[in-house]
Design a binder for this molecule. Structure first.
Ligand code: ADP
Length: 423
């Protein structure tokens, strides 16, 4: 089977976001965790490789991304797409620019064309500036992100600081004039010596024009967030209704380590039994807290939630007391350990995980390396099937902190099988 779209994603929930979107658009999709073994060929239209490279040291982000590009090419991927966050999470050092430069060199193409615009989640590009809802990126909460504070909304300038090459943008008027106008805008910029082209897009129809302009363009690296990847899938997919499989039998569990506002709302709205993890208690006696959490899960006869999600002041207190990295590691290790023991000892086979870093830790703990989309649960969120190291079939849902409605922790387990735009 030839790969229609090969995606290199800088984190696991971003990879699952693309997987959910392209599946809903009619392409079969699988997520590979880490640089894949070239000997294990994929069996999907779209292969999305999830790295942990968003905030990794530049050199390792570049080396891993290039290694993934080689494998995708070896597998015959026609198009390579560099997936980054729809809020362009990065610093002046990278990693979006250096990775794009390295991929352009590796693929032997003239440059890159992409956009973080994803109107479905309120990310729009206008005059090369990124908006989050009604606000400029630099005036949104992302300006205060602890690792990648986005204090400039002019992405031509932002990306320009990350690459020695020229950056330009194709304005919204050209998207509105259609695919040919976008294609000619890209050509003009390329002829002027621009290496990285960003595209304005405010609505999905602008992304559709962009996708039509680049879907069959050889010799370019594609890039952006889920919006453009999904628009490409709409263009390239068979238009088939995604196959919705039944979940495996077994107990279910929700694990939350995200600190995002959306997830805080989901935890608060969850009506089932909940066990709160406390960083002070974990630092005091990790094994005892994990054992207590497992005893709690064992005792529940409805889907339980084990959560470290807390108000910003509580997280700040934990970080002051234990250090940011140690506090995060305590939570991530605890949730990963609980996931593994719940599968090994309690018959849990279905796990919903909230939070990007948290998802990475749980996936690594479970030892899974291929996720196949089973069902789209909400825009940007999918249930996936995976086989662990012991050969057990697991049903896993890795959700970015910001995704899903308020009642997602309950609704995600309702097997309606339908993809609803406003779910
Ligand atoms: P999101 O996708 O919302 O950013 P992540 O899982 O990527 O969620 O990031 C949340 C980070 O905060 C993780 O590293 C997690 O371990 C850490 N964390 C979660 N809860 C707490 C807490 N109560 N105290 C300190 N750190 C926490």
């Amino acid at each position: 089977m030839s790969i229609v779209l090969g995606v290199i994603a800088d984190d696991i929930t971003g990879a699952c976001d693309v997987a959910a979107g392209v599946t809903a658009a009619g392409l079969s999709a699988e997520v590979r965790l880490g640089v894949p073994d070239p000997g294990r060929s994929p069996s999907s239209d779209c292969v999305i490789v999830a790295l942990k490279s968003r905030t990794a040291p530049v050199a390792s982000a570049v080396a891993e991304s290039v290694a993934v590009a080689r494998v995708l090419r070896e597998w015959g991927a026609g198009r390579i797409f560099q997936k980054y966050c729809s809020t362009f999470d990065s610093t002046d050092d990278g990693n979006i620019g250096p990775v794009a430069d390295a991929l352009v060199d590796e693929l032997g193409v003239w440059g890159s064309v992409g956009t973080p615009a994803t109107p479905a989640v309120g990310r729009t590009m206008h005059r090369g500036h990124l908006f989050v809802g009604d606000r400029l990126l630099s005036e949104s909460s992302l300006a205060h992100h602890p690792l990648t504070p986005m204090r400039d909304a002019d992405l031509v300038r932002v990306l320009g600081r990350q690459t020695p090459h020229r950056v330009g943008f194709v304005p919204i008027e050209q998207a509105r004039a259609g695919a040919d106008a976008v294609a000619s805008g890209i050509r003009d910029l390329r002829d002027e010596g621009v290496r990285h082209v960003l595209l304005d897009a405010v609505e999905d129809r602008d992304l559709d024009a962009a996708a039509a302009a680049v879907a069959h363009a050889d010799g370019v690296l594609l890039g952006g967030a889920a919006g453009l990847a999904v628009a490409l899938a709409r263009r390239l997919g068979a238009g088939a209704t995604p196959v919705v499989a039944a979940p495996p039998a077994g107990r279910a569990l929700v694990l939350s380590g995200s600190g995002s506002e959306r997830t805080r709302g989901q935890v608060a709205a969850f009506a089932g039994p909940r066990f709160d993890l406390d960083t002070d208690a974990l630092a005091g006696d990790f094994d005892a807290v994990v054992a207590e959490a497992l005893a709690f899960v064992r005792s529940c006869d409805t889907v339980p939630l084990v959560s470290a999600t807390a108000e910003p002041a509580t997280v700040a207190h934990a970080q002051e007391r234990w250090g940011r990295e140690r506090a995060a590691a305590l939570v991530e290790d605890a949730l990963a350990t609980i996931a593994v023991a719940a599968v090994d000892e309690l018959g849990v086979r279905r796990i919903l995980v909230a939070g990007g870093e948290t998802s990475g830790a749980v996936a690594a703990g479970l030892g899974v390396d291929v996720l196949r989309v089973r069902r789209v649960a909400a825009p940007g969120v999918a249930w996936t099937t995976a086989t662990d190291e012991a050969g057990r079939a697991l049903d896993l849902c890795f959700k970015s902190g910001n995704f899903g409605g308020t009642d997602f922790f309950t609704e995600a387990f309702e097997e309606t099988g339908a993809f609803e735009e406003d779910a």
